[in-house]
Design a protein around this ligand. Sequence first.
Ligand SMILES: [Zn+2]
Length: 471
Amino acid sequence: MAKSVQSCGIYARISSDEGTALGVGRQIEDCTAEAARRGWPLGEIFTDNDVSATRTKKRPAYERMLHAIEHGTIDAVVVWDVDRLTRTPAELEQFIGLADSRGLALASIGGEVDLATPQGRLTARIKGSVARHEVEQMSRRLKRKFQENAKAGKSHGVMPFGYRREPILDDNGRATGSRDVVVPAEAEAIRELYARAIAGDTLRFLAKYLNEKGFTTRQGNPFIGNVVGNMLRKPRYAGHRTHAGQIIGKGDWEPIISQDTYDQAMAVLTAPGRRHERGMEPKHLLSGIALCGRCGGTMRPNMHKPRPDGTHRKAAYSCPDCMRLTRQMEPVEEVVEAVMVGRLSRPDMLAHLSEKPDALKAAASARDAILARMDTAADDYADGTITGRQLARMNERMKASLVEAEAQVLKYQPVRILDGMTGPGAAAAWESATINRKREVIRQLATVTILPSGPGIRFSPEQVKIEWKQA
Ligand SMILES: [Zn+2]
């Protein structure tokens, strides 16, 4: 990065071709967050309300912004997308010329476009001409054709758990279409699954819960952990329509859970180390969690064979990687549990969590903005305004941004796993927590390493190193 930005302008524009999804308010909100993230001091916000994507309309705010750039009042511009900024290739060239001569920094929410580099200019040019091309495609003839396609292509695949399909009947009792309606008992179970997942229950445990309640999969089989995991990952439950595994817009069915619940559950389900939970239900507090102080491997329970006289040795954790470290379980677990309870009891505990409501809000609104664009694109497709191929191409473009935005949202999620586990009641809460929850809490808060000690040296608490993870 070259010189630091002194004062940045935000440029927002609404035009009819984007529908209502990308309101000026949202663009400004996202751009302000982006400027803050980059540490760019905010100078002025320029807003145009441009109801058509033609060349003839004047854009007074845009003109004022060019003026401000020319006079050095602002030295950076944040836009939602480059296609907000310029409407024609000629305008873009003019803007690039000005940006060049003034050394302007430019950022867009949909990725960084640095007009100072040839690559950045090329990107901007391509984006500009694609946007224009799409406007030109909107002829009534095409529109009618796409409407037919959209109708013919209305299929949803297998009904997931929680919903059933119901025909829509006309006055004569003829089916004119179908809609997906919530099955209350199944929806109730789904909400319970999310709540339990957020509280740290394993997928295997969740599958057991469903089976005990008498539910089966749509194929009539008992649930298993992986099936439940795939189920909970479905954005459909939060009301999103997907195609080939990616979100393409808002569904016309009733969501079963909130977006917030979905995000929280994903934060837990995708937490690092979580994958070790597949398969066997863990029986030991630190198996797969504690690290080997010799080689960094992951400690596992050591399944000793009984001695020849039939007696058992005490249960221990061993490193299967270097096979040079073994430690009795009980004293190690005692130390870890005591230290965890001590930590959780501290009154300042909550301040140590990664509670960054502003960052979370910014990340969530950036994510929602992308979803809103996808909604608009899906609606345009349904209305016949764009083709399936155009929809696919637009989604391809938005998919990468969505993945990144989702990652940001997960990153700033508060650690709900600790709800009810902190403060004066921490010891009692720990005592009554399930082993799954304890393991999840340890994983969230600390790195536990079992240090080597010389032969014959008795166990001492210093041989267990507990490092707190920084938010
Ligand atoms: Zn090792």
